[in-house]
Design a protein around this ligand. Sequence first.
Ligand code: GTP
Ligand code: MG
Length: 204
Amino acid sequence: MVTKAVFKCSSERLGQLPKDNLHDIAFIGRSNVGKSSLINMLTQQKGLAKVSSQPGKTRLINHFLINNSWYLVDLPGYGYARTSKTMRSGFAKIITDYTYRCERLFFLFVLVDVRLEPQRIDLEFIESLGEHGVPFGIIFTKCDKLSASQVERNMTAYRQRLSEQWEELPPMFASSSEKRSGRDEILAFVDKILKSSDATADEI
Ligand code: GTP
Ligand code: MG
């Protein structure tokens, strides 16, 4: 459950991130896929993360403190050609620094537009997460734009595509920020993984 959500800080470098030892649950994906909208939907606060129909809206790493105990993290999108040279050639440094090297990152949700065939940039990014050992799941966004059966079909196709490379598939969720669907499943999952980390900490 999210009972309290407050903006904590925006960072352009890892050195500016919060200094506490709370866990980050972060959201990443192509520009315009719906990361900021999903964060607003999960926290039920419309204007918390800035949403725009123009891709490239989120430029910084934004931390939102949830229930005084963990952070939802809104990341800049990748794959938006007009933002900068580094983006064009792949992923912005701020994204790779945070994703591959930041110890705060506890779990990463990769957001994918449910309407599209698997995109090369997403598949490459997902593969790189495997290489760096980053725990991640996939959230399919904008499910309101398709029928339930088409959503199911596209998610199955995605699973099949990932099975070519992965023995074990990551957890996957269907969502719509418009219809507010997927919220309970995603938050229950987050609760579960955070609790399991508490249990590990207690055992030590
Ligand atoms: P960047 O910060 O630019 O990387 O984008 P973002 O991934 O944060 O996307 P954002 O949440 O700003 O949403 C982009 C556009 O998609 C906006 O016009 C949203 O209204 C729209 N959108 C986001 N989620 C949904 C959804 O679930 N359904 C529909 N129909 N539209 C959505
Ligand atoms: Mg955004």
